[in-house]
Every structure is written in C-alpha cells, then in structure tokens.
Design a protein around this ligand. Structure first.
Ligand SMILES: Nc1ncnc2c1ncn2[C@@H]1O[C@H](COP(=O)(O)OP(=O)(O)O)[C@@H](O)[C@H]1O
Ligand SMILES: [Mg+2]
Length: 241
C-alpha cells in the first residue's frame, strides 16, 4: 500500500513545521501523503486534503485514545485548504514493515495480532464518540463517489463491538526492539465497529507485507478462531471502499 522512502525532496511546508530541526523523509502513501522524521523526535505527516479522512479527524482520535493505549501525542495540526499536516511526538518502535521486521515475519505478525487485541480490549466502547460501523463506512464511501456493491450492503451480525483502529494494516503497528508491539499510529478512521473489521484487514495485510501464509498466525496471536464469513465480508468491504 505504501512504500518506505529514502530520498525525496523536503517541501517548504515541512521545513517550516520542522522549525529548524533536520528532517528525513521516511514514508509515502498512495494518496500523495508523505511522512518525515525530525532529529528532535517528531514525525511530520503532510498530504493533500481529501474526503476519506482528515488529519483533524486523526488528531482528535489520537487525543481521545491516548489515555488508554500508546499512541503518538499530537503536537500540532492544520491545513491551508489544499494541504493538511499533523505533527506528533515520536513513540518507541519501528513500523512492523521496516526491513528489520520484514526479515522476521513471525515476530512482526505476532506483534501485530497482540497489539490489535490490546487496542480492542483497552479502548472504551461506552464512551467512544466515533463511528466506523458498516453503515457509516458505506455512507462515507458514497460521499467520495464510491458505491458499495449490493451484496456487501448488509453486514453479518456484529460479533464483538469494539473501538476499531480503522486501518489495521501492518505498517500501523510499531514494534520495539524486544519484538513486542509498542504503539499504534494512523488513527484517522478509528471508531466503533465489529472487531472483524480490523482483524480481516490485519490478516489480509500480512499477505501484502510478508507474503502468503501468515494470516493464521495473526489470528492466533490475536486469540480468535477463524470466522471465514466475517473475514471474507470485511476483506471485501475494505477492498470495495
Ligand atoms: N509519532 C510517531 N512515532 C513513531 N513512528 C511514527 C509516528 N508517526 C508516524 N510514524 C511512522 O510513519 C509511518 C507513516 O505514518 P502514518 O500516520 O501511518 O502515515 P500514512 O497515513 O501515510 O500511512 C508509520 O507507519 C510509522 O512507521
Ligand atoms: Mg499508515
């Protein structure tokens, strides 16, 4: 989905947000967004304003989740109408798709599964103001002109309602030196939903990042038996939206 970067030019906006610190590009996403790391322990994410989620949404969700689970602290956030930005404090760990972890897929996949389980257990459903249930995902897609196929409009009954990460792809779990998950990033879509919405995406993304055959370990590390119907449904919904 996204690629680690080594040498890309640093836009003037990022220089400004760096406030004199050195910056290094580390990541580019498929929506034209880029993430930079500063030498004073901040991450600067910039990208075009778009309809799917906003960095204002992300900052709000990170701040909400922060008391319960390790997520970056928001330093500043804004936009100029065309470009939006989010500056956060670094948290420990490397992305689970850093070359170091791609070389150790078993450790990385376990960390992702255990990290997702912890996120689902710790974030409080009762006080979560954000929605990522199927109806809201379908209407968000419609606002972007994406029509979800008829066959995906009715979701299977909710298994366990949790606060979902909303983009539980492998790169969004950070893994520390000891091989355990150390935090989560990229929370623009965090919200209430069936846990399988996240589990299906996490399992699918192991295929993109580590190759075939890791989905079973992901489920084992999360601590759940495969539910083929919900896995297929939420995989298809993800791909359709
Ligand atoms: N505060 C942070 N601390 C540590 N790593 C971070 C932080 N913010 C971003 N990252 C790293 O930058 C990458 C890209 O950030 P992310 O918010 O996931 O951007 P995108 O929306 O483009 O996927 C993450 O996968 C993670 O490795
Ligand atoms: Mg990401």
């Amino acid at each position: 989905m996204s690629i680690p970067l080594t040498d890309a030019p640093v836009p003037p906006l990022v220089r400004r947000l760096a406030r004199g610190a050195q910056v290094r590009p580390i990541w580019e996403n498929k929506l034209g967004g880029m993430t930079f790391r500063t030498d004073d322990e901040r991450f600067i994410k910039v990208g075009p304003v778009h309809l799917e989620t906003s960095m204002a949404d992300e900052a709000e969700r990170m701040s909400w989740a922060a008391p319960f689970i390790r997520v970056p602290t928001v330093v500043e956030q804004g936009d100029d109408g065309d470009t939006e930005w989010l500056v956060t404090r670094s948290i420990t760990g490397l992305s689970a798709v850093h070359p170091q972890w791609v070389a150790q897929p078993e450790t990385a996949v376990r960390a992702i599964g255990e990290g997702l389980r912890a996120l689902h257990e710790r974030l409080p459903v009762a006080s979560c103001p954000f929605d990522w249930t199927v109806p809201s995902r379908i209407s968000n897609a419609a606002e972007r002109g994406v029509i979800v196929p008829e066959g995906l409009r009715a979701a299977p009954p909710i298994d366990v309602l949790v606060v979902c990460h909303g983009d539980a792809c492998a790169p969004n779990t950070l893994v520390s030196e000891d091989g355990r998950w150390s935090g989560h990033v990229d929370m623009g879509q965090l919200g209430l939903g069936d846990r399988w919405g996240d589990i299906a995406v996490a399992a699918m993304s192991t295929g993109w990042n580590y190759g075939p055959g890791w989905g079973g370990l992901l489920l084992e590390a999360y601590g759940v038996e495969p539910d083929e119907e919900r896995l297929a449904y939420y995989r298809d919904l993800w791909n359709a939206t």
